[in-house]
Each structure stands twice: as structure tokens, then as C-alpha cells.
Design a protein around this ligand. Sequence first.
Ligand code: AHR
Length: 525
Amino acid sequence: MKIIKSLTIILVGVFITSLTLAQNAKIKIDRDRVIGDISPLLYGNFVEHLGRCVYSGIYEPGSPLSDEKGLRKDVMQAVKDLKVPIIRYPGGNFVSNYHWEDGVGPNRIPRMELAWSRLETNEFGTNEFMNFAKQLGTEPYFAVNMGTGTIEEAQRWVEYTNVKGGSYYSDLRKKHGYPEPYNIKYWSLGNEMDGFWQMGHLNADDYSKKAREAAKLMKLTDPTIKLIAAGSSNYRPTADPNEWNATILKELKNVVDYLAIHIYVGNPDNNYYNFMSTPLVMEQRTKIIKGMIAREMAQANRGSKDPIYIAWDEYNVWYRARRGESAKGTRALEEHYNLEDALVIAGFLNGFIRNADIVKMANLAQLVNVIGPIFTNETGMYRQTIYFPLQLFAQNMTGKSLDVHVACETYDTEEFPIGLGEQKTQQKNVPYLDVSAAINNDEIILSVVNRNKDKAIATDIILQEGSFDGKLNVYEVNGPDVKTENNFNSETIVTKENAAISAKGQKVTYSFPPHSFTLIKGKIK
Ligand code: AHR
């Protein structure tokens, strides 16, 4: 009797477990649970004088593929299709020894480029970049030299670009053939000044003092500009990034508009599931910094200015071309991306959307050839895998970010370094479905990465209120294997538009394929 009873218990147990396993995952969407407005600057990019990003990337005079000003037309088209709202320029580590006057006017001064071991001809500079940005209709975002540069040099750059005329530097711009001011709105006060690798690296107190004085002069020149402080980029085991951010925020709380943070992740140990969790680290850092900002904003005196926001103004997958010769010279940082990298980029973008109340700018580093979504040679170009999630977000994920409820299976990672030289992490309860959502008027946009490498996940997508209004468009980035790359001959990993889902009522069920990124969009009523 006892045996039969325990057998029954076991059988019931097995039945319940299999019922549980058979249950669909759930995504519940409530249009009233708004996190914040999605900043149009979330899908930004970055152009640094590094490797082939500028020279033979966006700019190749004399090439049959270029226009009369030397801009590569094929690259321009790919960038236009990416709908890039803002581009940071000219560095990066490069900027910490860059003197902008070397790159304007008829006499360009060639210099040794010390950050990435090249010769910088300075043939491409402020006015060439502004021509590029104008043709794209993208917002320029300039970084000043807070390493070897002076506060006076930073002020003069603002005068050159933003003042109408009458002063020495604004008239110099006119003399160079550019009568109208550019009114460049976004300016960052140096790059990664907490990094020992940075030319002219400072400690937090010295950086704060220099940045505050540079900001004063720059704002006196043009009070309408927005300023971005160099937050933490050094997450090596020996560094204390929170200490750096705390000091910068305290000292510059009334001065700057954004705090810039950088993150690069990688998969050097070839562990897919560890790697897929790395964007969560970005979110964890975001939350810590958000708390620090809130503490300082409570004591700030900012007048009518918005509170300080976070700008993730460098993020990407970067680990293969990061050491020795691959990080130097004219072919530096040429990473070739695969499908798993594209899924990680979709994960970052999901993370930015989930933190849309505080993250108001993000810039994939970088645009072309150098850890870039676009890759060129003398005869053409192709779009790398990471191009496609960024494009789908830029084209579709706008409006207000929503706090969705997700119920699905999870996994734990091992302890692992998130990138080369980075702190270690261990992530617990990583959901296989990584989800973000937005509402734009009466349109719902849902972004889902299925991190599961082998299994599709059948999912009920449920509206808490209202109902679907007919058709849902479905876009997918996926491929035969997570290691699949694109190349000049074939773009295997691209966005595919799947058959639309016909949806009425409150619920629709969709099966997200293994190792995929899916964006679903449609009207609700
Ligand atoms: O994007 C490549 C480099 O990474 C940038 O120059 C620097 O800011 C960061 O360390």
C-alpha cells in the first residue's frame, strides 16, 4: 500500500513537472507601466581617428566610390539606412592628444598619433566631419581634449564652430570657407580620463577641476551647449569606478548634463551562455550610477536644467582585435562579428530601453571598420551582423518604454570576466527571453532575444488592457549557427521579415526560435 502511494506521488509529481515544462513563457504588456520617454539619441554611433574608421572608411578621396569631397558614397548610404541620430567625434583615446587647429584650414599638420600608433595627416578634421554629419542629417557630438589639451583650446573650438562671427576663431572658420556656424550642441569634456592608458590621465579631483573650468569657458562662449562628463571606463579588478563616478558627480553636479560611461564585452573563453548575459552587467552598472545621480540631484542647484542623465557613449563587443598588432596602426580593431555578437548588441539595446528614464544617449563604438557594423575595402563594403539589431531598433523602437512582465525559464552563469581586463561577474537567474517594449501612440513594439541556443520558446504575449488590432509585423535576425559571420561575398545574417501574425483580442502566441532576435510591431486598440 505504502509503495503504491509513493508511486502515485511520484507519478503525480512527474505529471505536474511535465505540465510546468509544457507551459508557455509569458510576456505581459501594460501600456500604463511607462518607464520613460525613449531618447532619440539611444541609437547613436562614434567615429574616431583610429585604424580605418575615418581614412578609407568614411573618407577615401580619389576612390571611384567617393564623392567630390572624398566621402564614400556606399558607406554614406549604409549609414543613412542605419538612421544614426548622433555621432561622437573625433575620439576616443585619440582625442586626448588631438589639437583641432591641426585639422582646419589650408595647412594641415601631420602628427604622430600616439594612442593607436599611426601617422595622423589631419587631412580630415572639423569641417570635413561636419560635411559628413550634415549630409547624413545626424547630430554631431564633439569631444574636447582634456588630456594634453588646455581649457583655452576647448573654448576656441566652440568659438570656431558655434559663434556667428566677429571674433578671431569664428572669422577663421569663415576664412576657411564655412560662413555659417554649426551650432554643435553636444560636447564631452574629455574621454576616459580615469584610465591609466589615457594620455594626460588625471585623478578624479584634478579631472573635476579641469572639466569645471573648461565647461565655464565653453558655456560662456555658447550657453546653449550640453556637456558630458567622462564617467567611469576603468572596470579593471584594481580600479574603483564607483569612487570616480561619485567624485565627478559631486563636483560637476551643477555643471554637466550627462555622465558618459563605457563598456566592452567579449567571449574569449567561448562560453555562449556567459557571453549572452553580459548586457545585464551594463544594466547593473546603470542602476548603481542612477542611484548616485539621484543622491547628487537632491542637493544640486541646476535651475531649469534637466537632471544629469547617463550616456553610454561607447559600448560594443570587442575582444578579438584587442591585443598586440591587432590594436595598432592602420588596421587596428578590425573585429569580424558573428550572430552571437549581434544578439549581445540586441541585449544592450534592450537594456537601454528598460532604463530609458535615465539612459538618454548611447553610441555604438564605432561606425566603420574599427569594431564597426560596416566593413569596407577598396572595392566595396558589407554590413556586419551587429548592423541589423541596431537598425531595427533605430527604425522602430521609439515612443515610451514599457515595464513588461516576463515569465520564462532562467539559467545561472559561471564566474567569468565580461571582457578583456574586466572585473569578473556571475549572473544568476538570467532569463532565456530578454525583452523590452515600447508604445508609440497606438503601436506596440516588442523586442525579444531568445538566448536559448537550442530551443524555440513558445510565448504568450498578453495585453493587460485593450486588444491587438489585426496585423503584427515580425522582423527577425537569426542564422544557421551562432558563429555565422557576414563577409564581402555574402551577408548571411540580415533582418528577415517573417509572415505577419494576425492578432485580435488580448493574447497572441508566438514561438521565438533558438538564438534569435525578433522585433514585433503592430497596432493595439
Ligand atoms: O573605441 C575604442 C577605444 O575604446 C576608444 O578610443 C576608447 O575611448 C576606449 O577605450
